[in-house]
Design a protein around this ligand. Sequence first.
Ligand code: ACM
Length: 622
Amino acid sequence: MFVRFFRALPPCLLSMLAAGLLASQPVLAQQPAPVLGLVPLPREVKTSAGAYALPQKISIYAVGKDALNVAGLLKEQLLPLGHTVTLTTNRQAAQIKLLTAPTPHPEGYQLVVDAAGVRITAAGGAGLFYGAQTLLQLLPPQPRATAAVPYVRISDEPAFGWRGAHLDVSRHFFSVAFIKKYIDFLAAYKLNTFHWHLTDDQGWRLEIKKYPKLTQVSAFRQQTLIGAQQLFKTPAEFKYDATPYGGFYTQAQVREVVAYAQRRYVTIVPEIEMPGHSVAILAAYPELACRPGPYQVWQMWGVNEDIVCPSEATFQFFENVLAEVTQLFPGRYVHIGGDEAPKTRWKESALVQDIMKKESFTDVEQVQGWFNRRIEKYLQSKGKKLIGWDEVLEGGISPSATIMSWRGEKGGIEAAQKGHDVVMTPTTYVYFDYGQNPQVHSPYEPLYIGGYLPLEKVYGYHPLPAELTPAQQQHILGVQGNLWTEYVTTPAKAEYMLLPRMLALAEVAWTPAARRAYPDFLPRLGQQYARLDQKNINYRVPEPLGLDSASVVRQGGKAVFTLRSLVPGGQVHYTLDGTLPDATSDRYTKPLAVPVGERLTVRAVTVAPNGRNSPPAELLVK
Ligand code: ACM
């Protein structure tokens, strides 16, 4: 049975959406905030009757470096919406005014739209930028002669300081153009941290001047496993594509991406994995292993036992690498991975035995702790903070290290109790490589790694564990969604896995928990689809709702279904003959009566205004 997560949508909102009414029309101006369609929902929204007519030619008042930066970005973002912008220092003449004044939160802002136009007030660039992103969501998603901006007074600030999104570029490589598009997307939804997973067993993706073989050798694998690895019983059954694969970012490209992100108030956290997930390094520099090698850049997925040995040569290597990394990335944090580092090779190694004797360690896991503490000291000498996956807790790590809790929330809870700062990224709520279909490995979904993570579950996540005292909760810096890319081969597929779930995450990260409610989120989310289309961003079109046993009404030997599309302007099409519906199948126009007793499968899809179909919702009527 399909779980339907759209059940709770208020019908009044649906009919307004279906009628194509947008927030800019005065008739809705006195409705509560949800009809404005803002994601993430601001902390405080007051609407009043009326709308400001924003003309095609706009001038923006901006004085000072921060305001000018935001005005420049707003000019770029308004262009595809049909507005041409000039910047002005004449405050009176401007339709949009960017003003600086102290705000309670450094990323907070105030946005006022009234008869005098648009005013965004913030303490600095980030707040002005977020105010501008909110303004953009108040405009029609498509160009209009004049845009009616509803009168509104918004006071806003984020719930969490770390509002993150991760991307694995090792398993599959993503171009600089896509990384910039991803950063644009994050910034538009007020996410402020991009965790760039740059190194792993299947490819090293960052130019390091001191180690040219990292990009000549470690950045390329000879071939890649075909299909879902977990469906094979043994590696003997694996098939490979016989196609070399790879790529890397030059330091010049990284500098360009860093500057691009900085301008949009996004901090990049580079991840350089150690000591596990490091066989790509060993392919180029086998002398860093505990055993002689040779090694290959990995062609399959999973956890590799061949990891770097904790030798002086390895410390030298990572310190030299980090010397360049810390020069490239101006943010406070460097992520050192630390997850999934099997100790098979270390247990066999005389060098590791010597370390254990010298340091009086009784458990080989303590060697990883010792390794991490040395790396942390090095990072501190460069003015950086270490962050690692929750395994780094196991070998003992200093309280100054920040912990990223991925194996559920347990590691994050324990870390916060011990006084570490924590970022919550539990698989159960925010791993977007998990599927979006309740049917495991549904034929209607692209290949994915397994697991089921529906939108509603992401939305319902609360990053502050109730087990923690208020003082311990202060250590929870925030939350992050992760996208691992073993099976994510293209930008379009990355976007499909990310969306719409990353919009739920954005709201978890930004909106106070007390303001969040899933039934209120869904119609606001509905209004984002046209904006994603406008930016050429792919997403998973949601299935129609209403096709489930809880929604069926039994009437005289028939099962009657009332189906709805969650995408404004989307059409529902259905079949009763077992085939997959598309835009040529019967269109749903009125409640559907299906005879009971004939074992008919009802299948229905949403055909979105962009022409793309949802996966089918389906139900067997017995
Ligand atoms: C992880 O997902 N291995 C951090």
